[in-house]
Design a protein around this ligand. Structure first.
Ligand code: SAM
Length: 154
């Protein structure tokens, strides 16, 4: 089971749907109605994608629809992306599950360097997760880092 936050039209979600196979489900959250319309089209071709037209800042609205998941994948350009990630980890990730996150450092403001933002994000995530070495996505995506983190045992 995968919870995908910021699914857009479903391009990457469809690859993940292939990886989890027909017995897995990808719950795909997207708030833009325009992107969501295309995500619905993607879901007709990948029936193991469940599209949810929702704002990730209101995760309570889909709490009853999404069971505990093995992976949360997040790709959201918001300044509070780490807070959103940790809230979802607490609410939706099963013990031993993983967070896979595209950290968008450019969305965190220009008053600090990307490196400083990265350090602060990692420190916040480490309160609830065991965080692996971040992978910079430069030069393909500037000021982006990919994070894989595991939920600590309670
Ligand atoms: C970079 S795109 C994601 C691309 C997608 N991961 C892919 O590879 O195909 C970011 C998406 O996050 C969505 N998004 C941004 N803020 C959101 C929010 N608060 N709730 C839900 N979706 C949001 C945007 O509408 C956009 O479609």
């Amino acid at each position: 089971m995968v919870l995908y936050l910021g699914a857009a039209t479903g391009t990457t979600a469809s690859h993940i749907a292939d990886l989890v196979g027909p017995r897995g489900i990808v719950y795909a959250v997207e708030k833009s109605p325009r992107a969501f319309a295309q995500l619905l089209g993607t879901a007709t071709l990948w029936p193991n994608i469940v599209p949810l037209l929702q704002d990730v800042r209101e995760s309570g609205s889909y709490l009853g629809w999404v069971p505990p998941v093995d992976i949360i994948y997040m790709d959201i350009p918001q300044p509070d992306q780490v807070r959103i990630a940790t809230e979802h980890v607490t609410r939706f990730l099963r013990t031993g599950g993983r967070l896979m996150m595209v950290l968008k450092l450019a969305s965190l403001g220009r008053e600090r360097s990307a490196q400083e933002h990265l350090h602060q994000c990692l420190a916040e995530l480490q309160r609830t997760l065991r965080v692996g070495e971040p992978s910079p996505l430069d030069p393909y995506y500037r000021r982006h880092a990919f994070i894989v983190a595991e939920l600590r045992e309670p």
